[in-house]
Design a protein around this ligand. Sequence first.
Ligand SMILES: [Zn+2]
Length: 321
Amino acid sequence: MPIIEYDRGIRISGTPLWLDAEKRVPFSFISHAHSDHVRRHDKIIATPATVSLVHLRFKKQEAIALNFGEKYRIDDATIELFPAGHVLGSAQIFIQKEHLNIIYTGDFKIDRNETTLPATFRSADILIMESTFGSPEFRFPKKYVIVEKMVQFIEKCFQRGQVPIVMGYRLGKAQEAIKILGDLNYQISVHSSIEPVLKIYEQHGVKFNNYQAFTGEDLRGKVLVIPPHLSRSHQIKKIYNAKKLLLSGWAVNNKVGYWYDVDEAIPFSDHADYRQLIEYVHKVNPQKIFVTHGVESFVHDLRREGFDADFFHPTPQMSLF
Ligand SMILES: [Zn+2]
């Protein structure tokens, strides 16, 4: 009998537990609250912060809130969550079943964020991991370089009488930008779509300085933070003399500026870069790796490093280990 099955989501065989199931299922672990990982399941298990964020979208979602390090039994398996360093509440899951230790990473980041707990490492027999940036061209700069570039962009805008608009996903990147810039004493105006998420960060103990909700006010001397999908919206287009900066790992790709209609882009990511993905695998040192969310070439790179690795193909009813 296989331990892991794949059918539009990963399932631990012999238990009702799915891992970030892509379809509605009776019971799923939710690694974090980004929309590609959240569905309306009958019941979920996640960290308390992720449960709060999921409730923003699905108010009545039945949920078990499990703290980091707390053990929970599901049939003959024991699970435990530990930090993934990606966004508030993001967790990796450690599963013990039939003398095998399994880790599913969800999305994770190795470099430390300001607004999330840093990722921790454990060893395991089977590793199921993301590889969003699993290609060698994805090498992200150090945090101080990113902050310096953000500051340069903003100061240049102020000198020219322009309005700096910083763009980051409404869960994660936006809060990082607000935290960094607020702590540097910039006055920040926050788009209304980001505010409910920001409030949940605050409820879970993250403190932000110098921000207020954007009400269409005069933005002189302020930094406006918005999610990237609003870059071409009427509300943003009518801001006079604006300059837009995108924060995204995809900024390594030159086309990203065109996609989002931005003036500048900095490769600031909530994910591990290529080198860190490889480093992570060496630390876990598993017998078997399954790769999700990313590029297939990463599997070949892992094999060259001496690991037994496969990619999860989206084929129905695949029994894996
Ligand atoms: Zn994510």
